[in-house]
Ligand binder design. Structure first.
Ligand code: SAH
Length: 241
């Protein structure tokens, strides 16, 4: 059986004792049916992955003790994913895939044609944590609060490239991302189902670090576009090389 991996907000180290929250105890002992003596893998986004043994089992709590480090901390490349939230299931999908594909930060943005007025940040963060547990990561990307796109662009870090996925360029000549993009911090921007307005397009491309790209000749759904863009960037500049 695959080893259970659990994210904990607690320091990890040799012989470190780690208390379980109610949800974690329920998951390990109730859902996964583990007993005292079972070994699981813990990570906290700082100390790498650790093997830990269950030493106390309760219905609502429990305790593990770390034995040895099994993997060092591996941070994803400095890549943010900015996307306009869409329907719930598709938004969940985008967050999950962003974690699996190796984004460092996930920033939901409200654009002119975004339907969602609010997001459940805590729920999306829980999805990100679950995806990290499942895919073997030792780091959980932060899911930021929903921000308006103009506010985000007005204080855009001058060293961060912005890979602007623009549906108006569908079918524009393809190019070699690796040739064109400089190494360094980047963000990918994906619009909502309604796409970007002309005013937004102008505002985005006015940024010095914006790099508009086409994702091929067809119009992709936002969730597909997010996966495609993350893949392209990872292959060109990220940790897939
Ligand atoms: N309603 C729009 C499509 C929006 S698709 C229209 O019909 O024109 C949702 C988002 O996915 C877009 O805002 C863009 O960020 C991205 N996207 C989809 N297809 C793309 C393509 N071929 N090239 C670049 N970006 C694309």
């Amino acid at each position: 059986m695959a080893q259970v991996r659990l994210y904990v907000d607690h320091p990890l180290g040799a012989e470190q004792s780690v208390p379980l929250t109610r949800d974690q105890a329920h998951y390990l002992f109730g859902v996964m049916r583990l007993d005292t003596g079972a070994t699981v893998t813990l990570f906290n986004g700082r100390d790498g992955a650790w093997a830990a043994t269950a030493v106390r089992q309760g219905k609502r709590d429990g305790r593990l003790v770390c034995t040895e480090q099994t993997a060092p901390l591996a941070l994803p490349p400095d890549l943010w994913l900015l996307f306009a939230p869409i329907k719930k299931a598709r938004t969940d999908f985008i967050v999950e895939k962003a974690v699996e594909l190796g984004a460092a930060r996930i920033l939901p943005v409200q654009t002119e044609f975004t339907n969602a007025e609010r997001i459940r940040r805590d729920r999306l963060q829980a999805h990100a944590t679950e995806a990290a547990e499942q895919c073997g990561a030792t780091y959980v990307p932060e899911v930021a609060e929903l921000q308006r796109l103009p506010a985000l662009l007005s204080c855009w870090p001058e060293d961060r490239g912005l890979l602007f996925c623009d549906e108006a360029r569908a079918g524009a000549a393809p190019f070699d991302l690796g040739q064109r993009l400089r190494p360094g911090p980047w963000a990918i921007l994906i619009g909502p189902e309604g796409g970007f307005s002309d005013a937004e397009r102008a505002r985005i491309t006015a940024l010095d670090t914006a790099e508009p790209i086409s994702l091929g000749p067809r119009i992709l759904r936002a969730d597909t576009a997010a996966v495609a863009a993350l893949t392209l960037w990872q292959a060109a500049l990220g940790d897939w090389r």
